[in-house]
Write a protein that binds this ligand. Structure first.
Ligand SMILES: O=c1ccn([C@@H]2O[C@H](COP(=O)(O)OP(=O)(O)O[C@H]3O[C@H](CO)[C@@H](O)[C@H](O)[C@H]3O)[C@@H](O)[C@H]2O)c(=O)[nH]1
Ligand SMILES: [Mn+2]
Length: 540
């Protein structure tokens, strides 16, 4: 997508990874190895055991092909660097509006207190608040989440000035207050602890409301909650669009008198007869609703369980979109995802470290990786079906003519009509409830096998077969033939030993564990049967 340029006028530059010669040397040695194996195989066709030969050769060709394909994502990793200083110099107050979509679906599986920290991390972006609009899509249509959003909009009046003053990261209050105050200055510390207190009070109010399942009476009276009634359920209700903070409102300011970003609550219509298409359906509704209210030409989408850990992300993304030379070739700018809740050794490699540190940079050398669903900035046009053409000149400068000249009520009414479910049907949306024991095992880095899956049968069969072979090999060495056996079988025994070593968690799950995450008995029997067959084949 982008050439490697160092030109001083660019808003972003791409750099090739360092140490490529060493990598290429290494890759060549692997390639030589693969070719030698193929050569050996092709020139050593046995008279007997042709099937085994064919199987091995097939596997080796397949491996070689697989290895070759993966090189495309390793060969030329690209690292981008943005020049945000130039962005401000060049565009000043002419930067575009940005609409941010946060999706939530269930106030019990995705606690509103957590979702609000996500919202606050986005409201606190280092970007003109007049140009930011944050939409919370609530697929549960829950008044509890609505209440939480109102709490967050009040807390934002304290939080945004605090972020501005201390320029700290991350700006998710939950993440920020999870570590002790690093400031030794007394008055800063006092400010920190009173802010923390405010935040904790808000969180406990939200949590209380969620656990009681109903909102306080005084809130009911003051706020416009007439849209909720006793009949509505999360699966069957009219669309709700409520502008919580209207960015155009001169009186909507934080404690320092600075404007606040626009904040909108959206619950698209749900009806049992229409499929709602999960997050994709929510995103479509948000696209339409936001086009009526703010119509920002740049859209960021964030899952409610992911906060933004860098307040400059908007400016970073705009460096790509607004680059005069290359910007028009870029439809979306994606940020890597990091996870806080992985264990020390990341038992399941769930932090996607390898993908985001290696593969994605590798794919950047070929036009960029695929969209991973969250933490991604899109041009609105690219989501609305606009086709790329060479002649296209991206126009993101300045404010677009806004449709939104009307008052809040008219706007909400118009937006509501865009959030109906003409083509969305009801469907089961649920999340697995996390079992206490399962999470304890996860904390202790014990792998979860519990369910009987064909994958575990294969795994167990290979593990048991190798254990058996190792045992037989060792027995022959100790009891029968002595160490001479190593002359012919050293490599086999070594490989067997290695496989046994890496399968330690499997043996543990098979023979030593008694918790529910152990290997199911039927998997053990199926594998034992397969091992027996494999063991007997040479005898017939
Ligand atoms: O009916 C629904 C279902 C889900 N969501 C939201 O969609 C997001 C993603 O759902 P989650 O359960 O967190 O799925 P993950 O597997 O964690 O998400 C990954 O995979 C999804 C695609 O399967 C992508 O959309 C996500 O961005 C990506 O992070 C969350 O914010 C949900 O609240 C809705 O808004 N409506
Ligand atoms: Mn998620």
């Amino acid at each position: 997508m982008v050439d490697i340029e160092n030109g001083s006028g660019y808003l972003f530059t791409a750099e090739s990874a360092k140490g490529r010669a060493a990598y290429k040397l290494y890759a060549s040695s692997v390639l030589a190895g693969i070719l030698l194996i193929w050569f050996y195989r092709a020139t050593h066709i046995p008279l007997e055991g042709r099937w085994a030969w064919l199987g091995l050769f097939g596997a080796e060709i397949w491996f070689g092909f697989y290895w070759f394909v993966t090189q495309s994502a390793r060969w030329n990793p690209i690292y981008y660097r943005t020049h945000k200083d130039k962005l401000s110099q060049r565009f000043g107050a002419q930067l575009p509006k940005v609409d941010i979509f946060v999706c939530t679906a269930d106030p019990f599986a995705e606690p509103p207190s957590l979702v609000m920290s996500t919202i606050l991390s986005l409201m606190a972006y280092d970007y003109e608040p007049e140009k930011l609009s944050i939409y919370l899509s609530d697929d549960a249509g829950s008044i509890l989440t609505f209440y939480a959003l109102w709490e967050a909009s009040c807390f934002a009046k304290h939080w945004l000035p605090y972020c501005k003053k201390f320029k700290m990261e991350p700006r998710s209050p939950m993440a920020y207050f999870s570590t002790p105050c690093k400031d030794n200055n007394n008055s800063n510390y006092n400010e920190w602890s009173s802010m923390k207190k405010l935040f904790e009070d808000m969180t406990s109010r939200i949590e209380r409301v969620v656990s009681l399942g109903k909102i306080p009476e005084e809130f009911k009276e003051q706020k416009r909650v007439s849209k909720w009634n006793a009949e509505m359920t999360s699966r069957n209700h009219r669309p709700i669009v409520q502008i919580m903070i209207d960015g155009r409102d001169q009186t909507a300011t934080d404690l320092d008198g600075n404007p606040l970003p626009t904040l909108v609550y959206v619950a698209r219509e749900k009806h049992p007869q229409h499929h709602h298409n999960f997050k994709a359906g929510a995103m479509n509704a948000l696209l339409r609703v936001s086009s009526e209210i703010s119509n920002g030409p740049v859209i960021l989408n964030v899952d409610c369980d992911m906060y933004s850990n860098n307040s400059e992300s908007v400016r970073d993304a705009l460096c790509f979109f607004m680059d005069e030379e290359k910007g028009r070739e870029i439809a979306y700018v994606q940020f890597p995802q990091n996870f806080d809740n992985v264990t020390k050794n990341d038992l399941y490699a769930s932090s996607l470290k390898f993908i985001s540190d290696v593969d994605f940079h590798g794919m950047d050398g070929h036009g960029g990786p695929l969209y991973i669903g969250s933490g991604c900035f899109h041009r609105r046009e690219s989501l609305c079906g606009k086709k790329y053409s060479e002649a296209y000149k991206a126009e993101l400068r300045g404010d677009r003519p806004s449709i939104a000249q009307s008052n809040v009520y008219t706007l909400e009414e118009r937006a509501k009509n865009l959030a109906t479910c003409t083509y969305e049907e009801n469907s089961q949306w649920g999340k697995e409830v996390v079992d206490e024991e399962v999470s304890k095992r996860y904390e202790n880095e014990m792998m979860e096998f519990g369910s009987s899956s064909p994958m575990f049968v294969i795994l167990t069969t290979i593990a048991m077969l190798n254990l058996l072979c190792l045992a037989i090999g060792v027995k022959r060495m100790v009891m029968d033939e002595g160490v001479e056996i190593l002359d012919s079988l050293l490599l086999q025994i070594l490989i067997c030993g290695l496989i046994v070593l890496i399968n330690a968690p499997v043996y543990q799950a098979l023979f030593l564990r008694s918790d529910n995450g152990r290997m199911p008995t039927n998997v053990m029997f199926a594998s034992a049967f397969l091992v027996l067959i494999a063991y007997m084949i040479p005898m017939v």
